[in-house]
Design a protein around this ligand. Structure first.
Ligand SMILES: [Zn+2]
Length: 626
């Protein structure tokens, strides 16, 4: 049966995570195999900013001086004395803010670097690999993470088998019953989770059906988190889910709902229970089918710092099916009501979900919070002092003597015009200045390289589009450097794969390529499969922009499979599509646009297994571009 590309079936708030985990895999690779990067040249982590307006995390102070000594805020006051030779910055037309805190992200190392460039000095991650988190924690403690935002993380989230969070091809433990709640939470605490993130979402808001925790299990997990003095933060999709979570004792919600308008008593109910809400309005908007971040691309204050993959992500929205009940006006109304009831609101982007990108999206989130009815000052609190006090980060989130010099200097006054947060002059993390100029130059260089590579000719032999029909063997291809095994062993994993010729092939042909192996649980983001390199050597960039899609036959053993595109502009950050594969051969076409590329700089195409450990076997045939 001919089947055209079908978008990933799950319409959920974490769908871009697969991309981030693949990047995390590469991060781990570099973290393990290369010496840690040398600390930046000892920049003077002592300086004075003169005559600057200060938003101290709570309120605006009249223009005064701030001195920073060895990465800490030392003093605030008029005409501060400083030792001769101390760097002085004139802040007369500027406002100094505490470094911004994004209270809902899914992180990896380059993402943290990118966040810092846009003024986010701390990310509160809501689901990532505990090994990655541990690595960042270690680097942060050793002073090796000055170029990236600091991280707190829930690590692995709490969900049920086949529930939200399990769809990314990452092997994660799942909760079987309320009786397991304490041991499950204890395992997360042992892995280093700073707080416990719980999924309570049956998919009904998006018109799909998903298994999720029972209310009894939810309450048991919350109690187990509290037993270990950890905050319990709950991902919900609906107002009913939000009520259940709060009734179960949750400390906070990781999203606001938008499946219906807030009930008249909802905000008071949240307030009574002393819960906080991380309003992720960017993804709320993207879930309704509108790419929330698109307007950021045309903002000259932000665009020069946006790399191709961030820019591509900002243009995306979630697919919006007919049974989807979400309406962005409901999210705005709920936030407005929560604000009126004095419920603590925290700004979160849920980057890198569709319509968002790390760092830059906090500026969109602040804007949306103001659109929901917060004053600019209240919006700024939601990204500084409120998350700091909510998550017990007593050393940041404010500008006061003794606190970390996590700071953002912006032109103008964002307490009057929230968009002024985008006009960044400088960002400091513990007094070390982020290298925004280099980040900008790197983006510019990538743009020029992309233009150059778009002008190069297509690889010889690629005219017909056929890559391999596997009629006689599995290694050769009509162009490029052929097929090779690719596994997570390069990132410290233990998965295996082998490529074998099999016959017959699909659609009455003589042969096909069988890819079989074992996914090991040694690496959280395990993968194993077959990689095609279109250039004359592996990972050489090829201009395939005369083609628009990849078409192939595939059959498998019922496990999930994935197709990944690597591009030069995306680096080792592949764009990923899940493949629904059955035991019967079927033909699938996936447009390049699904991988956010026009095909001008493709470096590799990978068909692979991942996810839960165990043996796998699948086969592909007649792989072609068209
Ligand atoms: Zn999330």
């Amino acid at each position: 049966m001919k089947r055209s590309f079908h978008p990933p079936s799950r319409l959920l708030v974490l769908s871009a995570l697969a991309i981030s985990v693949a990047i995390a895999a590469v991060d781990l690779l570099s973290a393990q195999n290369t010496p840690p990067p040398a600390a930046p040249a000892p920049s003077p982590r002592s300086f004075v900013i003169r005559s600057v307006r200060i938003f101290d995390g709570e309120k605006l102070l009249p223009a005064t001086d701030v001195s920073i000594e060895n990465g800490l805020i030392a003093a605030i006051g008029k005409n501060l004395k400083a030792p001769t030779g101390t760097k002085e910055i004139n802040g007369a037309s500027d406002t100094l803010l505490p470094g911004l805190i994004d209270s809902h992200t899914h992180a990896w190392a380059q993402a943290l670097d990118q966040s810092l460039i846009f003024g986010v000095t701390t990310e509160l991650d809501m689901f990532s690999d505990p090994k990655f988190d541990a690595n960042i924690r270690q680097r942060e403690a050793a002073g090796q993470n000055l170029g990236g935002a600091d991280l707190r993380s829930s690590g692995t989230l709490v969900t049920v088998a086949k529930g939200h969070g399990t769809e990314y091809g990452i092997a994660i433990p799942t909760l079987a019953s309320a009786a397991d709640a304490q041991s499950f939470v204890d395992a997360r605490v042992a892995e280093g989770s700073d707080y416990i993130k719980i999924i309570y979402d049956d998919g009904s808001a998006y018109g799909i059906k998903l298994p999720t925790l029972t209310k009894e299990e939810l309450a048991a997990v919350v109690a187990a988190a509290h037993e270990r003095k950890k905050l319990a933060v709950v991902h919900i999709g609906s107002q009913a889910g939000a009520r259940d979570a709060i009734e179960s004792g949750a400390d906070g919600l990781a999203h606001i709902f938008e499946d219906e308008p807030p009930a008249p008593d909802f905000a008071a109910f949240v307030k009574q229970h002393h819960a906080f809400v991380i309003a992720t309005l960017c993804v709320n908007e993207s879930i309704t089918g509108k790419a929330s971040g698109e307007s950021l691309l045309s903002d000259p204050r932000l665009a020069p710092y946006l790399d191709a993959s961030s820019a591509g992500n900002l243009k995306k929205a979630f697919p919006h099916g007919p049974a989807n009940k979400t309406n962005f006006a409901n999210a705005l109304a709920a936030v407005r009501a929560l604000r009126a009831a004095n419920v603590p609101l925290l700004a979160g982007t849920d980057a890198p979900n569709p319509g968002t990108a790390h760092g830059v999206s906090i500026h969109r989130e602040l804007d949306l919070l103001v659109q929901a009815g917060l004053t600019p000052t209240e919006a700024l609190r939601s990204a500084t002092s409120i998350p700091a006090s909510t998550f017990g980060l007593t050393d940041r989130g404010r500008i006061a003597p003794g606190l970390r010099a996590d700071l953002v200097l912006v032109k103008g006054d964002p307490t009057k015009d929230i968009l002024a947060t985008r006009e960044i002059v400088s960002v400091w993390k513990t007094g070390a200045e982020a290298d925004r100029a280099s980040a900008r130059a790197q983006v510019e260089k990538e743009k020029q390289e992309a233009q150059a590579s778009a002008a190069t000719p297509a690889p010889a032999g690629s005219e017909s589009g056929l890559i391999s029909d596997f009629e006689t063997d599995v290694t050769t291809s009509k162009f490029g450097s052929g097929w090779a095994v690719s596994t997570d062993t390069v990132a410290g994993g233990k998965s295996t794969a082998e490529l074998k010729w099999m016959n017959p092939g699909a659609n009455g042909s003589k042969g096909a390529m069988q890819i079989s192996g074992t996914i090991s649980d040694a690496f959280a983001y395990a993968w194993a499969g077959a990689m095609f390199s279109p250039g004359s050597h592996p990972f050489e960039s090829s201009n395939l922009s005369s083609k628009k899609a990849i078409r192939f036959w595939i059959r498998g053993d019922g496990r999930p499979y994935r197709l990944m595109f690597f591009t030069k502009s995306g680096g080792y950050n592949p764009a990923i599509q899940s493949l629904t594969v059955s035991t019967e051969w079927k033909e699938i076409t996936v447009p390049f646009s699904a991988f956010q590329t026009d095909g001008h700089d493709i470096t590799a195409i990978l068909f692979c297994a991942g996810g839960s450990p165990g043996a796998f076997t699948f086969a592909i045939d007649d792989v072609r571009l068209e």
